[in-house]
Design a protein around this ligand. Structure first.
Ligand code: F6R
Length: 364
């Protein structure tokens, strides 16, 4: 049942305020300003290293979480793609916590990577949507994301729910390790509890994004740029666009622009710049200016302050609400998903069942 939407993907994008609220209710119950984990939970105080492994969109959720665990919890993090990790035979030092992220819980490479870590890592955690899955069963502690069934092949609500759970976990780690005061934690809890409303107002940009997508649908290639927490989201935005619209899309950390990809910029190249007015805004804008100077078509996704300050010469600007900086990837996922969706619809591709792709990749 598509609930009145044209595609499952549209329905699942629209459901995000609701499913995220569900995840928040479980991990940050209102009666306490602390993270609550299922089962025996996990204590990060003695953990020396976190290894996160996944594929595709789940991998980009891990890359995002690396920034959180490092910055908020001061925990060293390694992130890897499951198909590389499993055959590299990486050493797993003592006091390592291994974390596997998978919507289906059945991805063959991720499961194999998990099995490689059994007996080597101190503890195996998973973040899954399907609680009865192999990955959930074979880990010491499975953290459900409460996204509900995801039918569209392109992952949307599972991604933002994964991010929400991973952020909660990073906050737990920060508290356990003494890097976050009760006051700081309460501030995060309040901001996170405001996310469902913030995501709803992001969804109101649907029409503006649909108009932008009309133009993007004519492109052959699209570049996504972001810095800091917006870099992994740029990767996810590019993946989403290519998998359902079949337009070639690539993402770069903005600072890498002048190390190669700037050679691609011309008047035919749409460049999606993800840049909330955060600590890295000025750096990101100076990269955006380099694109504009070469007549690149900039689609700027920012907040009102950011657009007022730097949005004058852009091709098109999409306005997001303002949130606490750590929460921006969860919010900016919405325009990235809507842009891919509307571009695919404009091109007339099969949005829910893109060619050559399967929802669950149970063979390597
Ligand atoms: C992209 C997408 C895939 C999956 C990947 C991992 O939209 O859905 O990249 O994220 O195949 O799948 P799970 O999360 O089931 O392990």
């Amino acid at each position: 049942d598509k609930g009145g939407h044209k595609h499952f993907m549209a329905k699942e994008i629209a459901e995000q305020p609701h499913v995220i609220a569900e995840a928040i209710r479980h991990y940050l119950p209102v009666e306490e300003d602390a993270v609550r984990l299922p089962g025996g939970g996990v204590d990060f105080s003695g953990v020396e290293r976190l290894t996160m492994v996944a594929c595709g969109t789940a991998y980009y959720a891990c890359v995002t979480a690396k920034y959180w665990f490092e910055q908020i919890a001061r925990l060293p993090v390694e992130v890897d793609i499951a198909s590389e990790f499993r055959y590299r035979e990486p050493p797993i030092p003592g006091k390592t916590l291994a974390l596997f992220v998978s919507q289906s819980g059945e991805t063959a490479d991720t499961l194999a990577a998990l099995r490689y870590c059994q007996e080597k890592a101190d503890k195996i955690l998973s973040v899954v949507n399907v609680s009865e899955s192999s990955i959930a069963r074979e880990s010491d502690l499975a953290l459900p994301i409460f996204a509900g069934p995801e039918i569209g092949v392109a992952s949307t609500k599972a991604f933002t729910c994964q991010l929400t759970v991973l952020l909660a976990l990073a906050l737990k780690a920060a508290c356990d390790r003494g890097h976050l005061s009760a006051e700081g934690m309460a501030e995060y809890a309040t901001a996170i509890r405001g996310l469902p409303n913030v995501l709803s107002s992001a969804l109101e940009q649907n029409d503006a994004i649909r108009l932008a997508a009309q133009k993007v649908s004519e492109a052959r290639d699209v570049l996504f740029l972001g810095r800091g927490l917006m870099f992994p989201l740029a990767l996810e935005g590019a993946l989403k666009l290519k998998e359902i619209s079949y337009i070639h899309a690539e993402a770069y950390a903005s600072g890498e622009l002048k190390h190669g990809p700037i050679a691609l910029i011309d008047k035919n190249m749409p460049v999606v710049v993800l840049t909330p007015k955060d600590a890295l805004f000025d750096k990101s804008v100076s990269n955006m200016q380099e694109v504009l100077a070469r007549k690149g078509k900039v689609l700027m996704i920012s907040d009102q302050n950011g657009i007022d300050e730097a949005g004058d010469d852009v091709w098109c600007a999409i306005r997001m609400p303002r949130v606490k900086e750590a929460l921006t990837p969860i919010l900016y996922a919405i325009p990235a998903q809507l842009l891919a969706y509307h571009t695919a619809v404009a091109k007339g591709t099969d949005v829910d069942q893109p060619r050559n792709l399967a929802k669950s990749v149970t063979v390597e």
